[in-house]
Design a binder for this molecule. Structure first.
Ligand code: ATP
Ligand code: MG
Ligand code: MG
Length: 393
């Protein structure tokens, strides 16, 4: 009986487990939380710290191959597992994606083949570097100061307009390693999912267009015509080049900004990458003949990687814990009955026991025969549930 392992027990791990189980695999999840969404549905739940040598040994012992669903799993733990089992993605590439400074170095290193660069930035790791940036890099203001490590969903980021705001923000973030990025005039954002196998074969999904509200993904538009074709082609080619250059194995998501650079379609700027399936790819579960999680299973287990095909236009709406509270702050169950009475609504709830504002509790994918009907239903759903980003559907 073959078992696949995953480091991390969040919703991405849960959807990975579902995909693995559908193919007949047993699964093992390592996560310290007894109630983790993936641990709750897995055959084995090793409930321990990511660094615990005994837990890692147990995971390696059980599993044919191991992946990660959580980008802040210590790269060292993946290194340990890789001594005895195939681990995809590997410790080295996860380590790069965990650190914005290394990530940007990688993007710069393959800019010639990817055709994209990142936003102008400066590294601030020491008071001396802060001083130098304050004195010499006025061109980066207004900008966003981002911690180099551990940030997600816009956490660990401060928007700064002036030199004094920058100095205060660096102190507020605790004086840790940061990058200051120039604030760009975004016209849109998109992301691309790439899957690469051990032998170097690569498949990818068409780019999805993403709408963020307060730094958190709110809406994903996944259908032909969601962005100009020239941009979509460049983004897809760039993501593949970035994955190839890393020697990546597994599913990689690359996020891009679209900026107004005066050209007909705007310019593409690479933002960051996630070494795993991604929130913006959840529509693939319901709108494609293979999902991003299916491809992760195939890639790590050494199964073939056929090019996935999208069979329906789709819009994905994220469900944050906010939806579980009414205007007076009283907790309530959202009106699923009304939502599910609409055609083509696919509700995914992650089995998290407590709803909190800003916490990702689930998502909804709306599919339909054409883009216009998908948009109509998505708008109706967003109205019913009071979701952010309604004006962007
Ligand atoms: P994720 O949850 O995607 O990992 P994160 O916390 O790593 O998010 P980023 O992707 O760096 O954060 O930024 C979050 C959002 O903030 C972006 O999707 C974009 O909307 C906005 N943003 C970030 N950097 C810039 C920039 N340089 N110029 C303009 N907007 C930006
Ligand atoms: Mg990020
Ligand atoms: Mg991001």
């Amino acid at each position: 009986k073959a078992t696949l392992g995953v480091m991390g027990g969040g919703q991405l791990g849960r959807m990975f487990v579902h995909a693995a189980q559908r193919l007949g695999y047993f699964t093992a999840v390592l996560d310290p939380d007894a109630q983790s969404p993936a641990g709750l549905v897995s055959h084995h739940h090793i409930q321990t710290d990511y660094n615990d040598p005994a837990g890692l040994a147990q995971l390696a012992d059980l599993c044919q191959a191991i992946t990660t669903e959580f980008e802040n799993v210590p790269a060292q733990a993946l290194q340990t597992l890789a001594q005895t089992r195939p681990v995809a993605p590997g410790a080295a590439v996860v380590g790069i994606a965990q650190d914005r400074i290394e990530e940007k170095d990688h993007f710069a290193a393959c800019a010639d083949i990817s055709g994209v660069t990142c936003a102008p930035y400066a590294v601030i790791e020491t008071p001396a570097q802060l001083q130098a940036v304050l004195e010499e890099r006025a061109d980066l203001l207004p900008g966003i100061l981002k911690t180099a490590r551990m940030g997600y969903d816009g956490k660990g980021q401060v928007r700064v307009r002036t030199a004094s705001e920058l100095a205060a923000a660096w102190a507020e973030l605790g004086g840790v390693a940061c990058v200051l990025e120039k604030m760009l005039p975004l016209t849109a954002e998109c992301s691309v999912l790439v899957a690469r196998g051990w032998g170097g074969q690569v498949v990818s999904f068409a780019p999805q267009r993403n709408v963020h509200v307060e730094g958190i993904l709110a809406v994903t538009h996944a259908y032909e015509g969601n962005m100009p074709l020239a941009l979509a082609t460049s983004a897809r080619d760039a993501a593949i080049a970035i994955a190839q250059h890393l020697g990546y194995v597994g599913v990689l998501c690359v996020e891009f900004f679209v900026v107004d650079n005066g050209s007909a379609h705007g310019g593409l700027v690479v933002n960051e990458m996630a070494p795993r399936p991604h929130n913006s790819g959840h529509y693939t579960l319901d709108a494609c003949d293979a999902s991003q999680f299916d491809l992760q299973v195939h890639a790590m287990a050494g199964l073939p990687l056929p090019q996935p095909r999208q069979h329906s236009p789709a819009i994905m709406l994220n469900l944050l814990g906010d939806v579980w509270f009414d205007a007076s702050g009283q907790q309530r169950e959202p009106d699923w009955h009304s939502v599910l009475s609409l055609p083509g609504t696919h509700l995914h709830l992650y089995g998290k026991l407590d709803a909190r504002v800003g916490r990702k509790m689930g998502h909804l994918t709306i599919t339909g025969p054409d883009v216009a009907s998908v948009k109509t239903v998505a708008r109706r759903v967003a109205e019913l549930l009071g979701l952010p980003g309604l004006d962007a559907i």
